[in-house]
Design a protein around this ligand. Structure first.
Ligand code: MIC
Ligand code: SF4
Length: 649
């Protein structure tokens, strides 16, 4: 049971209540929170609904990094709301342009041994500095800001033993791509990854953060590195040396499973369309023509990453068949590159410099042309996320990306014929926190700015006695929250639930046929309850709670699948939607869209560890019994019965 691990030590230190047995719920104290704008507006509206005068954490930061296009007033309206609510509630505000939440948090606020809860699935980036950093829905983060403990299932700890050193031109990205090829994106719910072994020592904090960041794609709760001399060096270089503490597993630590990766044997890798676990070596892809290269995102835009890119580009020319775009992860990185002249080397080589933020990673611009290959240093390549239907997005290291940009096709960077460049030392980062706006002493006097595009969190009634359900949609395996709630051009609707709800499952709407929203409305108007049927690993990816709020708004009462991913399952519960599982997967084939699914005495049937009986009624009136299960604790059950967590607090 994972004794003597870093994970166990941090959980023990933050333990509030629960059962420290694998798979059982435990509640931990949260030291720090972060939000970003796309999930943050809803989180702060929820915090306001709780009537908490000031946050109850050691540190809470509100970042603006996702919605920065400002096409129309919505984005800026959100920013003004976020800045004013931060001032009112005692939260630091990182203004648009200051950088991507995970990158800035690592640079300026991350501390070994602390817990961090963030309303973004890549919050585990903080594991690179030895934090227990977990992604969650906005409502869970709002509750943490209110001082409530966070509930998780006591994890299975997977120890990943790293040995050796990364060969030249192989990168931290290749470590996590290798691990994705071993563990895949499904089946890892309830696990935490802990890195150990002598291979850890040579990895810098930003390299470790690349690994823990993309650990989100494994579907694990989080990933964590020990805090050692590298951590101390990074903190000192950020002017925060006094925040270092050593944190390592005991020599006889026990992991629930151990995976070994020999860094010496790694090769440059890519995640091929359309899943982060579809891994091939660059050698296998060599010669494939590339139309676009983008370097950036919270996975790969540290100073060292971009300095390497600049040094490779210096005096060279981007292939005329490629557009190369670079989005530095933080203003610290951008300012350092511009002061030391490396930005000029990028520009001279033909790079297009984008604003510091998420940008193309969340489909905000730079959509590739139809039928062309896009090579990105990002962490997700779900179908359509680039904004182009049928896109072909490959996820790679900055080394592989810059090589493709020069060559116009995939090439193993070791074959470029270039010596690996020397990168300027980072014993001192440039520190300029003037875009982090501190809250005033007395927040009570602050006026919260609410422009007309800022809505309210929708309300929900208690769970009905009888779920008189109808299957509104039946989907397959690995449905991501990007499928459920598209971002890209719709991202600006995040503060307006009625409008955003219209695009639920948009990717499955066929031309000329009614949308999911229209079908769900028809079910609701007929006095019935909407049901979503899925298969394995339903709700992968983004933490966006809109993937629960908008279906709730449309009258959905249950999701039935083989397995539901952690953050999404928690979001469903938080908004009063039942996360149910097939007791017998063969029943999936017996259900068709429009079939009725009836659950009599729903609240009465729900008890921890007990099955739920239901019946499928086919179009011809025939009935098929259906047995369902769930993983909800008694606390979860009470929340769903109440119609969601806001009704309980
Ligand atoms: C993402 O990478 O998908 C996002 C956009 O950062 C999301 C959050 C969101 O949807 O706002 C995430 O990872 O949680
Ligand atoms: Fe932003 Fe992309 Fe990171 Fe999500 S994964 S936080 S969209 S950079």
């Amino acid at each position: 049971m994972a004794k003597g691990t870093v994970v166990q030590k941090i959980i023990n230190k933050h333990f509030v209540y629960g059962d420290r047995e694998t798979g059982r719920p435990v509640a931990i104290k949260i030291d720090q929170t972060l939000t970003q704008d796309a999930t943050g507006t809803m989180a702060y509206l929820e915090l306001e609904a709780m009537k908490i005068p000031q946050v109850n954490t050691e540190l809470s930061v509100s970042y603006v990094d996702h919605n920065m296009m400002q096409n129309g007033p919505e984005n800026r309206n959100d920013h003004l709301y976020l800045q004013s609510v931060a001032a009112a509630k005692g939260i630091k505000f990182s203004a648009p342009g200051n950088g991507i939440c995970h990158q800035v948090h690592l640079e300026r606020f991350g501390q070994p041994g602390k817990t961090l809860l963030g309303s973004d699935s890549h919050t585990p980036t903080g594991g690179g500095i030895g934090m227990l950093a977990i992604g969650a829905g906005g409502l869970d983060v709002a509750l943490a800001m209110a001082g409530k403990p966070f509930r998780l299932n006591y994890p299975r700890v997977i120890g990943v033993k790293l040995s050796g050193q990364l060969p030249r031109w192989c990168a931290a990205k290749d470590i996590i791509l290798k691990l994705l090829s071993i563990l895949s994106t499904r089946g890892n719910v309830g696990c935490i990854i802990e890195y150990f072994g002598d291979g850890v020592e040579s990895l810098s904090v930003p390299q470790r953060a690349t690994v823990t960041n993309m650990g989100a794609e494994l579907g694990v709760t989080t990933s964590v590195f020990p805090s050692d001399a590298q951590t101390g060096q990074f903190l000192a270089a950020q002017g925060r040396g006094e925040q270092w503490l050593e944190l390592k597993a005991d020599a006889d630590a026990e992991y629930d499973r151990v995976i070994e990766i020999d860094l010496n044997k790694l090769q440059p890798l890519a995640a091929c369309p359309a899943s982060p676990d579809n891994i091939k070596t660059i050698e296998e892809l060599a010669g494939t023509k590339v139309g676009q290269v983008i370097i950036g995102s919270c996975t790969n835009s540290s100073f060292a990453d971009l300095a390497m890119v600049a040094a490779v580009l210096k005096g060279r020319q981007v292939s005329p068949d490629v557009t190369l775009a670079i989005a530095p992860g933080s203003r610290q990185v951008l300012e350092m590159l511009s002061r030391n002249g490396m930005l000029a080397d990028m520009i001279a080589a033909g790079a297009r410099i984008l604003e510091t933020g998420c940008g193309p990673c969340i489909g905000q611009g730079q959509s590739p042309a139809n039928g062309t290959v896009s090579v990105r240093t990002f962490n997700r390549n779900f179908a359509g996320r680039t904004g182009t239907k049928g896109d072909q997005a490959y996820l790679v290291s900055p080394e592989t990306a810059v090589a493709a940009a020069l060559q116009g096709e995939f090439i193993d960077p070791r074959k470029l014929g270039i010596d690996y460049p020397a990168i300027p030392a980072t014993d001192k980062f440039l520190i300029n926190d003037n875009m982090i706006i501190m809250p005033p002493e007395n927040g009570a006097k602050v006026e919260i700015i609410r422009k007309p595009t800022i809505g309210n969190p929708p309300e929900n009634g208690p769970l009905p006695e009888k779920i008189n359900g109808e299957t509104v949609i039946k989907v397959g395996d690995k449905i991501t929250t990007d499928h459920i709630m598209p971002a890209g051009i719709h991202l600006k609707l995040r503060s307006n639930i009625p409008a955003y709800s219209q695009v639920v499952f948009e990717c499955f709407t066929e031309e000329g046929k009614p949308s999911f929203a229209e079908r769900a409305a028809a079910v609701r108007d007929a006095g019935k309850h909407g049901i979503i049927v899925g298969r394995d690993s339903y709700g992968q990816g983004s933490s966006r709670e809109h993937a629960a709020i908008c279906p709730m708004y449309l009258g959905i009462k249950a999701v039935i699948a083989f397995a539901i991913e952690r953050i999404h399952a928690a979001n469903l519960i938080n908004f009063g939607i039942l996360p149910l599982l097939f007791a017998d997967p063969a029943d999936y084939d017996k259900i068709e869209e429009k079939d009725s699914i009836i659950i009599e005495n729903a609240p009465g049937q729900l008890a921890a560890g007990k099955p739920v009986t239901a019946v499928i009624i086919k179009a011809d009136g025939s009935e098929i019994p259906l047995l369902l299960k769930h993983n909800m604790s008694q606390e979860d059950i009470d929340i769903v019965i109440a119609g969601g967590r806001l009704n309980c607090v």
